[in-house]
Every structure is written in C-alpha cells, then in structure tokens.
Write a protein that binds this ligand. Sequence first.
Ligand code: ZN
Length: 327
Amino acid sequence: MKKRALDRPVYVGIGEDIIDFEPIRAVTIILQTSGCHWRRCKICNYYLDAAPISTPPTDADLISQIKYAISRFPEEDFMIKIFTSGSFFDRREISEGLQKKLIEHLLQNRTKKLIIESRPEFVTPEAIKPVTEMFENFEVAIGLETTSDEIRKDSIDKGFSFDDFKRAVEVANDNGAGVRTYLLLKPPYLTEREAIDDIIKSANDLLPYTKTISLNLTTVREHTQLYDLWRMGCYRPPWLWSALDIMKRIREDVRFRDIAIISDPIAAGKPWGPHNCKKCDKLVKDAIRHFSITQNVDDLIGIDCGCRKLWEKVLELEKFTHGVPLP
Ligand SMILES: [Zn+2]
C-alpha cells in the first residue's frame, strides 16, 4: 500500500474531455477512501492507492481532500470527474450524508458537467437524486468492461452482470442522470481479434444505454493475476492499431452519431502497456487522444507504419497459436 496523508486526494489533474462533442477542460479527482471492497478483478491494483481499511479517512479528511482539489481548479469552464479507486456511492467508502456534502462543495458556476464513477450495485435513487438536484448535467461512469457476462467473469472476475448494469442505467436515467460506460480492450485469455470483436459487439449492445463509450486499453499492473500471465509470456497488451480501428469503425457508423467514443491510452508504447512497434507508438497514441477530443474521423485516417501489416497477420494467425501471443 502507498502511504499518503489522509487529508490529501490520491490525484488531482487537469486534462481535456468533451461535452456534447465539444472540447472542455476536465478536472480528474481521485479521492482517497478505503477503496474498492470487491478487490477481485484480475487486472486491477487500484486498491493499492486506497487508505488502509483499518484507518480510513475521517469525514473531515474527505472534506479537506475535496477542498484541496478545488484549490487546483482552472480559471475557465470545466467538467469534473470523480473517482475513488472504488465507488463514490459505496457507503462503506463515503457515508450517504457526506456524499451529498462533498458534491455541494463542487457547486460552482464554472462546472459544466459532473461525472462520478461507481460500480452498478451502488447506483440507487437515494444516491443519484441528490446529485441531479444539484447538477443538471450529471453522468454516472460505470466500468462495464464488456457486455459479455462470460468474458467479464472469466477474464476479469468483475462480480456483476450486464443485467446489473442495465438496471443501474435505468435508475440513473429515471433520476435524471446519464451514463458513461468504460469498455476494456483485451482482458486476458482473448486473441487480438477476439478482443476487437468483443468491443465492437459490446458497443452495439450499448446503443440504447450510454451517451459516451470510454475505451480503456489494458495495461499490465503489478500485483495482479494479469501481471503473472504477462511475465510468463502468456499475455500481450493490445495493439494501438486495434484501438484505432475500433474507434474509426464506431465513429463511421451512423447509429453511433449521438454517442462519443473516447480513449486515453495509459503507458502506451511500454511493453506492459498498449503498443505497436515502438517507432509509431507515439504517433498512433497522439492520434487516438486527439480524435477523442475532436470526434473527427479524419484524425484517424492516413496514419500508417510498416507494423500495420504485422498486426493484420496477428489478427489472422493468432487463433492457431493456442493462446500464445504473437509479437
Ligand atoms: Zn509501427
């Protein structure tokens, strides 16, 4: 576990995001709570960022954390994204009364949108309604990862179903909130081709349920089951070409005209992160980032490298290698 003062958030940073396909500054806040109580996902080590369960932050600590974050807000209009290395709406992390108090602090006329991450089981009318009463433009962010219950269970062990997600969307919508959905490209035990097909199928399944699809490209994190697989040579993180291909196909599909697809590749170009051939990693990563803000498919066209042919061969041949990744 990483040790830090309990009255400081894990992270506050400023980046870019979009509202209704228009770019805007975005403040990301990761609050330090006792963290996720599930802690079984094969890919996740975010619980290492959490405070010890034996000595969690007090209510006063959490208010200090949010005040610290507010002191870093930019001068211009922005959106706020809140994470907790768990679920903001889990009362074991933040009590119900305190959830409301923390959000009250964020009420400022420059805040154009609020996004809060939670597992679906904590999305209840009691949790959502107080937020939509304060913030007209509010989205719950849910890490669904895939609409396949089989892949979510066997490759990730996430502990909830697509039906649980749909129930959460219904509760959110009934109480005036939208939903942003995280999909995970290439959890373990899938070939590159299966991973791409899974995201395309998931995006199609999500058409009635989400306003934004945020594509997370799997990064191998220490102290996870995925890390052990990767060390044994049984896993390769996704190709950046796969992400580019998915985003292009979805943006060109008219059925998705009102749904944004965004991605911010983490550790791109590293052996443990999404990568191509080293030479083109930065080029492709920058294109994906830029496209995420513009949603203009032209930003993904005309980007090429010799390794694209190799990626195409991987898609064709990996099914014959019985789970051993090709380069
Ligand atoms: Zn390349």
